[in-house]
Ligand binder design. Structure first.
Ligand SMILES: [Ca+2]
Ligand SMILES: [Ca+2]
Ligand SMILES: [Ca+2]
Length: 401
C-alpha cells in the first residue's frame, strides 16, 4: 500500500540512510518523516488502515502488569483519530481508547501501565486493562462503530510463532501484507524507539522493527551519545519552504516536550542537506527527542522520536583487585565537574583517616589519577573518599594480608 495522498503533502523528502528495499515501490521509500499536523484527523477507518505492529506479551525487565504493550501503525497518508476505539483480548472486556491520534505513517503504543517510569521507559498514548497472554491470545482493534479494524491471533506454544520472553513480537511485513500471518512476525532481538540504550527488554516501541518494512523507518533520524551530551543527525533530500527545525526534548522527569534549540532549514532546495544538533550536558536517565519542522507559513510537522539513556556519572573509580592483597595497589581516578581543591584519602572502618592519597587543585572535568598502596595498612575494610566543595564520593575496599 503506497501512500500517494501522504506523499503529495510532504514538504520534505528524506534520504534513505539504510535498508532500502527493492521490493517496495520507490514512492514508498520517500514516505513521511514529517507529517502535517494541520490536516484534520479522520476518525473512521477501513480494515487495515491501522494495524497492530508490535505486541509485548511477556516482558522480563519489569512485570507483565507493568510492561505489556501493543503498538499500532497508521498505514495511511492521513492522521487517524482512534478516540472511542477499543482494544480487547480474547478473555477480557474491551478497553476504550480516548483522545489518541495516530499520525500518518506513524506509531502509537497502548500500554497495560502507561507510567513511563514503571513500564520500562515506554511513551504510551493510552492504557488498557486486560492482560496480554503469554500462551495463546487474540487481540482485536475495533473502531468507534464496533467494526474490527485489525485482529491478531497468536499461539506462542505452537512452534509457528516465536516464543519471546523479555522480547516483543514485531511485525516485519509491509503495510499491505496480511499481518495476521505468523510468518510476518519476529521475536525482537534489538532495541529501538523507546528502548534505545535501555538495559531492559528487546523491542521497538514507537519505532519500526529492526529490518521492518513499515515506511516510516526508512526516514528516521539518528541519535548517539557523546559523553553526557547527545548528537542528533538528520538529512533532507529536498525541501520546500522549510524555515527550520526545533529540537524538542523530554527528560526523565518531563511530562511535556521542551524546545532545546533551533536549526535553520535551507528554504527550498533539491539538494541533499545534512543537519546536526548537539545537546547540552544531560542528566542521568532516559532522554527522548523529536524534531518539529516548521514551514515558512508556520505549518508544523513532527518527526519520529529517538531516545538515549545517559548513565549516571562515575566521578570516582577504584580499579584493581578487591580485596587487595599485601603489596598490591589499585588505581584511583577522580573527575570533578567544577574547578576545586579535592582530597583523596583512605579511612578505616572507625572513620579515622589513615592515609592521604592526594590533595590537589583540579580544573573543571580534569581527571586525577593516582594509586592507593596497601603498605602501612593492615587487613580490614577501608573507605576511599574523594572530598571537595562539590564532590563527595566513597568506594569501599578490603585488604587481606
Ligand atoms: Ca503476559
Ligand atoms: Ca514476564
Ligand atoms: Ca515497533
Amino acid at each position: 500500500m503506497c501512500l500517494a495522498t501522504g506523499i503529495q503533502l510532504l514538504k520534505i523528502i528524506y534520504h534513505v540512510i539504510t535498508g532500502m528495499r527493492s521490493a517496495l515501490p520507490i514512492l514508498c521509500i520517500f514516505s513521511a518523516l514529517f507529517l502535517p499536523v494541520s490536516s484534520v484527523a479522520q476518525s473512521s477507518a477501513s480494515e487495515g488502515d491501522v494495524i497492530i505492529s508490535e505486541i509485548m506479551p511477556d516482558p522480563d525487565a519489569v512485570s507483565d502488569a507493568d510492561g505489556e504493550y501493543i503498538e499500532l501503525f497508521n498505514t495511511t497518508g492521513q492522521s487517524i483519530s482512534i478516540d472511542g476505539w477499543a482494544i480487547s483480548d480474547a478473555g477480557g472486556s474491551p478497553s476504550s481508547i480516548s483522545q489518541v491520534t495516530i499520525p500518518a505513517g506513524g506509531f502509537v503504543v497502548l500500554c497495560r501501565n502507561a507510567t513511563t517510569s514503571e513500564n520500562g521507559g515506554i511513551d504510551c498514548a493510552d492504557s488498557f486493562s486486560s492482560a496480554v497472554n503469554n500462551g495463546t491470545e487474540t487481540i482485536t482493534l475495533q473502531d468507534g462503530n464496533g467494526d474490527t479494524v485489525n485482529q491478531i491471533t497468536y499461539d506462542l506454544n505452537s512452534g509457528n510463532w516465536p516464543d519471546p520472553t523479555g522480547a516483543s513480537l514485531e511485525y516485519t511485513g509491509a503495510p499491505g501484507d496480511d499481518n495476521s500471518m505468523e510468518s510476518h512476525w519476529q521475536k525482537a532481538t534489538t532495541r529501538t524507539g523507546d528502548f534505545a540504550g535501555d538495559g531492559g527488554d528487546f523491542g521497538s516501541p514507537n519505532a519500526n522493527a529492526e529490518g521492518g518494512q513499515l515506511p516510516v523507518d526508512l526516514a528516521r533520524f539518528s541519535i548517539r551519545g557523546q559523553g553526557h551530551r547527545a548528537l542528533l543527525r538528520w538529512r533532507t533530500v529536498t525541501e520546500t519552504d522549510n524555515a527550520g527545525f526545533t529540537v524538542q526534548h523530554k527528560g526523565p522527569q518531563d511530562k511535556h516536550w521542551n524546545p532545546r534549540g533551533f536549526v535553520e532549514g535551507a528554504g527550498t532546495t533539491a539538494e541533499v542537506h545534512d543537519y546536526h544538533f548537539r545537546t547540552k550536558s544531560l542528566g542521568a536517565g532516559l532522554h527522548v527527542f523529536r524534531l518539529k519542522q516548521v514551514d515558512t507559513d508556520g505549518t508544523a510537522h513532527y518527526s519520529e522520536r529517538q531516545s538515549i539513556r545517559i548513565r549516571a556519572e562515575k566521578r570516582l573509580t577504584f580499579s584493581g583487585p578487591n580485596p587487595l592483597a599485601d603489596g598490591q595497589s589499585a588505581t584511583v581516578t577522580v573527575r570533578a565537574k567544577d574547578a576545586q581543591r579535592i582530597t583523596i584519602a583512605v579511612f578505616n572502618a572507625l572513620g579515622q583517616r589513615v592515609q592521604t592519597v592526594a590533595s590537589t587543585s583540579v580544573s573543571a572535568n580534569e581527571t586525577v589519577r593516582t594509586r592507593v598502596s596497601t603498605e602501612l595498612l593492615g587487613s580490614g575494610v577501608y573507605f576511599l573518599r574523594a572530598i571537595g566543595p562539590s564532590i563527595h564520593e566513597v568506594r569501599q575496599f578490603t585488604i587481606v594480608q
